[in-house]
Design a protein around this ligand. Structure first.
Ligand code: SF4
Ligand code: F3S
Length: 305
């Protein structure tokens, strides 16, 4: 159960591009949106690949278990039947998008289709356990998908993963850690509405519900559309789209508070600590600059330019 946004995202990867991946490195044997074949020929291609074995299975979307799986079927098979069959001889599995990784939108309360993630199916023993990478995001960054595929074909293994099976190279920091508005966060300058003076000046969107502090993703550095921008740079807070259960997390426009990020005092203390770290970093950087200048003889009267 998916919206094809994850495929749309992958087609926008520039490094490597989808063309490089499927013409130079991978044989794309089955994919509803990108394959040339249809109907019986498409299903025959899938079964042939499964019989040969040794393939990488990329799953997009959640799997509905309610009503005997009738909420989503392909070629007369429920998604669970098709996944169980397709995973049989795979080397490894990549769950692309928050739906495949965590259940996503279809799994949001009240979850009428009984949607579950790939990992839940492995935990329940409904499908065979395989090495698994989760690439959450609604959708994931194009480069998160492309880079994981490129890493696997280059090194024959997945990159380092965190406890939720996410590559640490992409999901190792929060959006907040690298946010261009973080200076305003530490300065206590927060936009109060989407069109107030603070918002127009680029102040922090924390009070407008930004979930950047609790969301692990590389949007602030990798960005979207070949590094053009990302939600916060475009004026909207992060809605936490790469975190488990983000649809049910209490409101996109409600500020994080006690219980989901700590107390207001804790946030203030974190801001002070962050400011202190910032000062320390500035001092270290100044010392480093001085030593480089001394080393390379570029000082003017012993002071920094
Ligand atoms: Fe950026 Fe959001 Fe953190 Fe503010 S709260 S610094 S807008 S990530
Ligand atoms: Fe999603 Fe937040 Fe990035 S909403 S796209 S994780 S900035």
């Amino acid at each position: 159960q998916e919206c094809t946004g994850c495929t749309e995202s992958l087609t926008r990867s520039s490094s490597p591009s989808i063309e490089t991946l499927i013409f130079d490195f991978y044989s794309l044997d089955y994919h509803h949106t990108l394959q040339a074949a249809s109907g019986a020929a498409a299903e025959a291609a899938r079964l042939e690949t499964v019989a040969q074995g040794g393939y990488l299975l990329v799953v997009d979307g959640s799997v509905p278990l309610a009503h005997d799986g009738c909420c989503s079927t392909i070629a007369g098979h429920s998604n669970l039947e098709m996944l169980a069959q397709s995973i049989a001889n795979a080397q490894a599995v990549i769950a692309v998008g928050s739906c495949a990784a965590f259940g996503g939108l279809p799994g949001a309360a009240p979850n009428p289709t009984g949607a579950v993630s790939v990992e839940q199916l492995m935990d329940d023993g409904r499908i065979r356990r395989h090495p698994l990478v989760n690439l959450p995001g609604c959708p994931p960054l194009p480069e998160a998908i492309a880079a994981t595929l490129a890493h696997y074909v280059t090194f024959g293994r997945f990159p380092a993963l965190d406890a939720l099976h996410r590559p640490t190279a992409i999901y190792g920091n929060t959006v907040h850690d690298r946010c261009p508005r973080i200076g305003f966060f530490y300065a206590g300058k927060f936009a109060k509405s989407f069109d107030d003076e603070g918002a127009r000046k680029g102040w922090c969107l924390f009070e407008l519900g930004c979930k950047g502090p609790t969301t692990y993703n590389a949007c602030a550095t990798v960005k979207w559309n070949d590094g053009t921008s990302f939600p916060i740079e475009s004026g909207h807070g992060c809605i936490g789209c790469s975190e488990p259960d983000f649809w049910d997390a209490g409101g996109f426009y409600k500020a994080l508070s006690q219980g989901n990020w700590g107390t207001a005092e804790g946030i203030a203390a974190a801001a002070v600590a962050g400011a202190a770290i910032g000062t320390g970093a500035a001092m270290m950087s100044r010392k480093r600059q001085q030593s480089i200048i001394q080393e390379h003889g570029e000082s003017e009267g012993g002071t920094l330019k």
